[in-house]
Design a protein around this ligand. Structure first.
Ligand SMILES: [Zn+2]
Ligand SMILES: [Zn+2]
Length: 154
C-alpha cells in the first residue's frame, strides 16, 4: 500500500516538473519505490535490464540523480564511496557499516526530531538557509562485522 503511494507520488512530481515519463523511467521509479534494501544504481540497473536489455547504467544513474535532486529519492553514501538510493523519504536515519557497507534503517521519533530541529538547528540556519532536505547517518560496524572485529582483537 505504502509503496504504491510512493510510486504515485513520484510519478505525479515528475509530471509536475515537466519531465517525460518513458517506460524505462517508470520502471526505475517502480523499482526504487518498491526497494526496501537501499539499492545502488547497479542493483537497479540489474533489475531493469531484465525488462529493458538495451538500457545503460548511465541512464539509471541520471534518473536516480534526477529523482534525488527533486528530493523524491534519498542518496546515501557509504565509507567505500558507493552511493545507494532510498525511495522511502519519510523521516528515518541510516546506520551504515564502515566495513561491509550494509545500510539499515533507524527509526526516529518525529516529535523528538521536530523538537530538536526547531529549537536547536532551525533557529541558527533560517536566516541564511532554506532547508530542503536532510540526512541522518550513523557510521559504525554492523552486528556481523562487529563480531569479527572483536574476535580479531581477542
Ligand atoms: Zn558490516
Ligand atoms: Zn532508509
Amino acid at each position: 500500500m505504502i509503496l504504491k503511494t510512493r510510486f504515485k507520488a513520484i510519478v505525479s512530481k515528475i509530471k509536475k516538473m515537466g519531465y517525460s515519463l518513458t517506460p524505462q523511467r517508470l520502471e526505475i521509479i517502480k523499482i526504487i519505490s518498491e526497494s526496501k534494501n537501499h539499492p545502488s544504481a547497479a542493483d537497479v540497473y540489474n533489475k531493469l535490464k531484465k525488462l529493458y536489455p538495451m538500457v545503460s547504467l548511465n541512464t539509471v544513474y541520471k534518473n536516480l540523480s534526477m529523482l534525488a535532486s527533486l528530493h523524491e529519492v534519498r542518496e546515501i553514501k557509504t565509507m567505500q564511496n558507493s552511493v545507494h538510493y532510498d525511495g522511502d523519504i519519510s523521516l528515518h536515519g541510516h546506520a551504515i557499516c564502515e566495513k561491509c557497507g550494509k545500510i539499515i534503517d533507524v527509526e526516529i521519533n518525529e516529535l523528538d526530531f521536530k523538537g530538536f530541529f526547531e529549537t536547536k538547528i532551525k533557529k541558527k540556519l533560517t536566516e541564511n538557509y532554506n532547508i530542503s532536505n536532510y540526512g541522518i547517518e550513523f557510521y559504525g560496524l554492523c552486528a556481523g562485522c562487529g563480531k569479527k572485529a572483536v574476535s580479531v582483537v581477542g
